[in-house]
Design a protein around this ligand. Structure first.
Ligand code: ATP
Length: 627
């Protein structure tokens, strides 16, 4: 059990300090040895001879390789600093001893043993390169998490059954997943029943779904419910620079697991080792990953049926997994862990606010409604951020306003405390009012929850936050066209009011172009190109589309570009029409935003209603004519 969580290791900082100290001492020893170590000034042999002839030498130490001597009396200027000890290399000089006797100099001869440091220093010189290699290996292996001796040992953390605190009560909105996992629990608790029936449970079960939906939590809760030990490791922890290490770690992990059966082995990010070998390609062939994967396949095949070890894998990228990994007897069962529905979000909010003192006015149903597309992890974060806001205000309860601010913080980032001024403030106010007004007026878009021109830590100068009223599973072409118009609403407002656009619209253009491209290439929403898909299948990945790679002839490529351009242009015209129609509302919104910096959906609605439709009594003149 080499590398388990329970193993005691000296803290890493202390280790690094020790290494540094060791290297410094080694260096000093070597330096001392090389320079002789007794502080004597180097001198030429001819100088030694002339000092001796001049009667200045008082004492001499003769060694096999060198001569150290002391000089008394006034030194000549060129003798350098006022030191009285010199050292010179010993050369052939037959009459030296006689001359020393003649000069009456006290001298002695010594064995070639330059002090007690010498043997050590010699050893150090030999060991230094080895130490250096050792140190580098240690670093490369992953920031010192293990010693080179334990490189092939598994890095899995074992949590014993008694210390697992999670159960299915801690996971919300995943009832269907829990039902499937209950079978695993029953199997781990009563293997005999399954054996008696000759039934075999899948060795490996793959939990697939977007990030933060609770896959790790569910795996741990399954072990908690079954009362068995839980080994957890991430796929990326197997693979190292050195070929063979990953395979040896897999072997070690499975040995440990078999010893502790019944138990659960959880491999997170399994795509890190299980990526399809075909995908990696010839150029990037990765022997280490391939060997690790082969070892994993081998170990899974080698399991006795009902050995009591259940392997749970998790990934957001099931589409990239090697087919061999999904074959019968390996990860042959997949369980999807989706984003929570509204009811699921309500449950998750309930779980995470169990110990949070909520103000009675906080309605978790409302919050669940407003948080479509939030994962379980996002919701846990939301509750925590809201609680932090309340602590900051020194309040004893968490209010709805705290949730509002927390949501804004999660979606848009922290407020920066440098407000916009002057012309930039005006421009950003019009830009955001443009988005908000188009969104408010068009019927198929999500309602505006908040508009702000407070710069955020993510680099935005302002934002318009729309919050869906209900979960949307399907979007029509008209829905998408209105979405595009909202995205271009900010730029359209700038064109209308200032006669030019600005860099502030770059992000909007990026999103709009990407959406229009998908409409043409994936959704068949262009008559000119027909109901054809022009991009490779996206697979069942959960990390969003891989950017629309093109799958067609160069001619069609040019047509796609034209169609994307047409759709985005049309969306901009649509936005311009809406804003021209409601110019008075646009001006009032921008004015109010400059005063207040932020508006909520209700205030926005009031302003638009008061301004009424049409260009307003004052009328308006466009700065330049825009299409
Ligand atoms: P990833 O794919 O990024 O590894 P994951 O699906 O494994 O993510 P977890 O690590 O299990 O997600 O979730 C992180 C945290 O989010 C959990 O510890 C829990 O606090 C919260 N969480 C996620 N899903 C749920 C859920 N369904 N119910 C309650 N809490 C949840």
């Amino acid at each position: 059990m080499a590398d388990l969580e329970r193993t005691q290791r000296p803290p890493r900082g202390r280790l690094t300090l020790l290494y540094a100290l060791f290297l410094v001492v080694a260096w000093l020893m070597v330096a001392t040895y090389v320079t002789g170590g007794d502080g004597a000034e180097p001198a030429s042999y001819s100088r030694f001879r002339s000092d001796l002839a001049a009667g200045r030498v008082t004492e001499v130490m003769l060694e096999a390789e060198r001569i150290t001597y002391s000089v008394a009396g006034d030194l000549p200027v060129e003798a350098g600093p006022a030191t009285s000890q010199y050292q010179t290399v010993r050369t052939e000089d037959d009459g030296l001893v006689q001359r020393l006797i003649d000069a009456g100099v006290e001298f002695e001869a010594e064995e070639p043993a330059p002090g007690f440091l010498a043997p050590l220093a010699t050893l150090m010189i030999m060991l230094l390169p080895l130490l250096l290699v050792w140190f580098l290996v240690f670093r490369v292996m992953g920031a010192g998490r293990a010693s080179p001796m334990s490189m092939g040992k598994s890095r899995a953390k074992e949590i014993t059954a008694e210390t697992i605190t999670q159960s299915f009560d801690d996971a919300g909105g995943v009832d269907a997943v829990e039902d499937e996992l209950k079978e695993v629990i029953d199997f781990l608790k009563n293997p005999d029943r399954y054996q008696a029936m000759g039934a075999r449970l899948p060795t490996g079960i793959l939990l697939v779904g977007p990030p933060g939906t609770g896959k790790t939590l569910l795996a741990k809760a399954t072990a908690g419910e079954a009362g068995v030990p839980f080994f957890s490791i991430s796929g990326s922890e197997f693979v190292e620079l050195f070929v063979g290490v990953g395979a040896s770690r897999v072997r070690d992990l499975f040995e440990q697991a078999k010893e502790r059966a019944p138990c659960i082995v959880f491999i997170d990010e399994i795509d890190a080792i299980g990526q399809s070998r075909a995908r990696v390609g010839v150029v990037q062939a990765n022997d280490e990953r391939e060997q690790t994967l082969n070892q994993l396949l081998y170990e899974m095949d080698g399991f006795e049926p009902n050995s009591g070890v259940v392997i749970l894998g998790a990934t957001n990228r099931p589409d990239v997994l090697d087919r061999a990994l999904l074959r019968a007897g390996r990860f042959d069962r997949q369980i999807e862990v989706p984003l929570p529905t509204e009811a699921g979000r309500r449950q998750i909010l309930g779980i995470h606010s169990r110990h949070v003192p909520l103000d009675p006015a906080v309605d978790l149903d409302e919050i669940a409604k407003m948080t479509a597309s939030f994962s379980g992890a996002d919701l846990a974060n939301l509750v925590n951020e809201a609680a932090l806001m309340a602590v900051r205000r020194s309040d004893r309860h968490v209010h709805l306003a705290d949730f509002d601010l927390a949501m804004e913080r999660i979606i848009a980032g922290l407020h920066r405390d440098t407000p916009l001024r002057g012309e930039v403030r005006r421009r950003v106010a019009y830009h955001e009012s443009g988005h908000a007004l188009v969104s408010h007026v068009l019927p198929r878009t999500d309602p505006v929850h908040r508009v702000s021109i407070i710069p955020t830590s993510r680099g935005a100068l302002g934002f318009t936050m729309e919050v869906p009223e209900e979960d949307r599973y399907l979007l029509s072409e008209a829905d998408l066209e209105e979405r595009l118009a909202v995205m271009l609403g900010g730029r359209a407002a700038e064109l209308l009011v200032f006669g030019e656009s600005s860099t502030g619209a770059a992000n909007d253009l990026e999103h709009a172009t990407q959406l229009a491209r998908r409409m043409v290439m994936e959704f068949g929403m262009s008559d000119a190109l027909g109901p054809v898909r022009y991009t490779p299948p996206a697979g069942a990945g959960y990390l969003g589309p891989e950017l629309t790679a093109y799958w067609g002839s160069p001619d069609t490529g040019a047509k796609i570009d034209d169609e994307v351009r047409r759709i985005v242009d049309q969306a901009q015209r649509h936005a311009l029409d809406v804003l021209r129609e409601r110019r008075m509302a646009l001006d009032r919104l921008a004015e109010r935003l400059q005063e207040a910096e932020a508006l909520d959906g209700a205030e926005l609605g009031r302003i638009v209603e008061q301004a009424g439709p049409g260009p307003g009594q004052e009328g308006f003149r466009e700065r330049v004519s825009v299409p």
